[in-house]
Ligand binder design. Structure first.
Ligand code: A2P
Length: 341
């Protein structure tokens, strides 16, 4: 496989760090790796895989000679630099929501719609973390049985909001145990008017509200799922909640498949044979997925598979995955691997 020059924008962040880890761990064919961040981090040394890397400030010239640029520094940085990177010859794999719903830009989960990469024009979007794990698990079901409806409630980890949110959970947990004042400055989102403690709490707001009453995170799940599945008629609705979990998103997913009379065993069999999916489902052994045990793992874990007693095509599933890996860094690296094969 041809070796490529890679850049990671946001290399000091929660996802950027994992992209570097995954590139090294998976023996991605790199010629060189350039770590980019803001001016604040320029000169910072990062050691990984026995190499020392010096972080550089992101400027337009950073992308000269780069073949693949991973972006994970927030939507405004992608908007500022992604087209510039493409102009200078790079393919951009963007982890932000900046271009996800742009019609000509592919939104890709390789297990689901690798074909969408054909004919890309330089920018490829990596979907929202909660969406990736859900569509990865639902794809084998949809392919075989059809899918008419999804109702999802998420239980999302703070690392999805970046490293400052992880720090906030840790600080608030210390403040709580010391009975001192709890300071909330980051969640539900840094730009929000009000901030609430996440420690020992559940916040039913991820990102800001749309005039419809849904949050942008919920709308991302609804719109991105339809785009990835290529099915604008699919009925999808979401409620997204932040929990005091560091890493690993969980989702309670209700689906209506395309035919009546399907059994739980059929779903088990489909999921057991699906790429990137692990079934953990045995109530007699209290076996079900949990974020604490999904952290650091590449797979999407599925359990609690039950038939809806009130609907002939309805099922409930519990889907858990590491939001920084399959939900972000791993999926991005898999997109790059697919491009190179
Ligand atoms: P920096 O560490 O220099 O602020 P997270 O998602 O964990 O919050 O990380 C955000 C990432 O985005 C960090 O790597 C951060 O770098 C990077 N970033 C923030 N602002 C900029 C910017 N203006 N240019 C490039 N990278 C940025």
């Amino acid at each position: 496989m041809k070796k490529v020059n890679v850049a990671i924008v946001g290399a000091t962040g929660a996802v950027g760090t994992k992209i570097l880890e995954k590139l090294l761990e998976r023996d991605f064919p790199v010629q060189s790796i350039k770590l980019l961040a803001s001016k604040r981090s320029a000169g910072t040394e990062i050691t990984a895989g026995g190499h020392n890397y010096i972080v550089e400030e992101t400027v337009p010239e950073s992308f000269d000679g780069i073949d693949i640029a991973f972006f994970s520094a927030g939507g405004s940085i992608s908007e500022k630099f992604a087209h510039e990177a493409v102009k200078r010859g790079a393919v951009v794999i963007d982890n932000t929501s900046a271009f996800r719903m742009t019609e000509q830009i592919p939104l890709v989960v390789p297990e689901v719609n690798a074909d969408a990469l054909n004919g890309h024009a330089g920018i490829i979007s990596n979907p929202n973390c909660s969406t990736i794990q859900m569509v990865t698990a639902l794809q084998p079901i949809r392919e075989k049985l059809g899918l008419n409806r999804i109702i999802v409630s998420t239980y999302q980890a703070v690392s999805g909001a970046g490293s400052e949110a992880i720090d906030e959970l840790e600080n608030q947990s210390n403040q709580f145990t010391k009975r001192s004042e709890i300071k909330a400055e980051i969640l539900p989102s840094a730009s929000a008017e009000r901030h609430y403690p996440i420690a020992f709490n559940a916040i039913p707001q991820i990102d800001s509200f749309d005039s419809s009453g849904y949050t942008l995170e919920e709308l991302k799940m609804m719109n991105e799922t339809k785009k990835i599945f290529g099915d604008p008629e699919l009925s999808v609705s979401a409620t997204c909640v932040r929990l005091p979990v560091v890493t690993g998103h969980s989702e309670s997913v209700y689906i209506e498949v395309g035919q009546d009379g399907v059994t739980v065993k059929e779903l088990h069999d489909l999921l057991t044979n699906a790429p990137g999916v692990v079934v953990q489902d045995d109530p007699s052994k209290q076996l079900y997925p949990m974020p604490l045990f999904a952290e650091g793992k590449d797979e999407v874990f599925v359990g609690r598979i039950r038939k809806d007693p009130e609907h002939p095509a309805g099922f409930h599933l519990w889907i858990v995955s590491d939001n920084l890996l399959k939900g972000a860094a791993l999926n991005s690296v898999q997109i790059a691997e697919t491009l190179l094969t």
